[in-house]
Design a protein around this ligand. Structure first.
Ligand SMILES: O=C(O)CCC(=O)C(=O)O
Ligand SMILES: [Fe+2]
Length: 303
């Protein structure tokens, strides 16, 4: 999108509305040449709706802004970014769907990992009638810890899966309490990261985009099984369906340039960091928007 100077925005208005419309229409909006620091990014993001507090990797004193940092070629990078390299929707395991994510390039070297977006409306449109009928009525079960265990458990650590799931859950609860105290003390209005119910929330695999009326596929790395299927069948069926859907989906490759701010529809797209590219400096700041109460998006999720 041209002609938008995010730092100059003073509040909700025509520019914010134009960006919202463009996201609904195109899925991804790229605004180049922006100069916004973390505070400005936060101020501008808040014009679009409530913000989510991050549990980890937050900017100091700015818990709504999370850093995705690559120092360039450091040995820990492949492991740290592993989950960002899987096709996912941010917080698809939450009880409501965050509608939009904003990524701002703070420092990006030429040749650093792209961010890739897969259009799930296009994916549904490309499915054959047989598959559409087969998945009609499917609900995928999304849970951030369960999916990491079931999908990726073995290669990630020697610890038994259940111990890691439990440890992550205790950590999430502790962080929740710490953030709640922090915000209450400062009188801030921010959504705390939700704690997902066990063993996940059931999310319809085929959904209708309220804006366009198009059907789209809702899956991604946080989904780990299909509700009602045996554990010996569900996880495999889901991964196979997802592979097919990604193959069918139109994919946008975003190469980062300094000054880029990207906002995308976190419901009708999946995204990932380009896998296997870790050699270059890359620092992005992420802000996740939360639905406004009563704007219809909270009713979107049918469990
Ligand atoms: O680093 C990227 O390209 C994507 C990061 C991401 O998916 C996230 O922070 O949720
Ligand atoms: Fe993400």
């Amino acid at each position: 999108m041209h002609g938008i100077d995010l730092a100059a925005l003073s509040g909700p208005g025509p520019d914010v509305d134009a960006i919202v419309t463009a996201i609904a229409l195109h899925g991804v909006v790229v605004m180049r040449g922006q100069t916004i620091n973390p505070s400005e990014q936060l101020r501008v993001a808040a014009f679009f709706g409530p913000l989510l507090a991050e549990r980890s990797r937050a900017v100091p004193r700015r818990p709504e802004v999370r850093y995705e940092t690559d120092a360039g070629g450091d040995a820990a990078a492949p492991r740290r970014v592993f989950f960002n390299e899987q096709w996912h929707a941010d917080l698809s395991w939450a009880d409501v769907d965050p509608p939009v994510t904003m990524l701002a390039a703070e420092a990006v070297e030429r040749g650093c990992a792209e961010t890739q977006f897969a259009d799930m409306r296009g994916a549904y449109a490309a499915l054959d009638e047989g598959t559409r009928t087969r998945i009609d009525g499917w609900k995928a079960v999304h849970h951030v810890e369960m999916s990491r265990w079931i999908r990726h458990g073995a290669p990630m650590s020697g610890q038994p899966g259940w111990a890691r799931v439990l440890a992550r859950r205790v950590r999430a609860l502790t962080q929740h309490v710490r953030l709640a105290m922090q915000f209450t003390r400062r009188g801030m209005q921010v959504r705390l990261p939700p704690i997902p119910p066990w063993p996940g929330i059931a999310v319809p695999v085929v959904q209708i985009d309220p804006g366009s009326g198009d059907r789209f596929i809702r899956l991604g790395d946080h989904a780990w099984t299909v509700q009602g299927m045996a554990d010996s069948i569900g996880p495999r069926a889901l991964v196979e369906l997802e592979r097919m859907i990604i193959e069918a989906a139109p994919v946008l490759h975003h190469e980062w340039q300094p000054g880029d701010v990207v906002m995308f529809d976190n419901r009708t797209l999946l995204h990932r960091r380009e896998p296997g590219v870790h050699a270059r400096v890359r620092r992005l700041r992420r802000i996740v928007l939360w639905p406004r109460r009563g704007d219809g998006l909270e009713e979107q999720r049918v469990n």
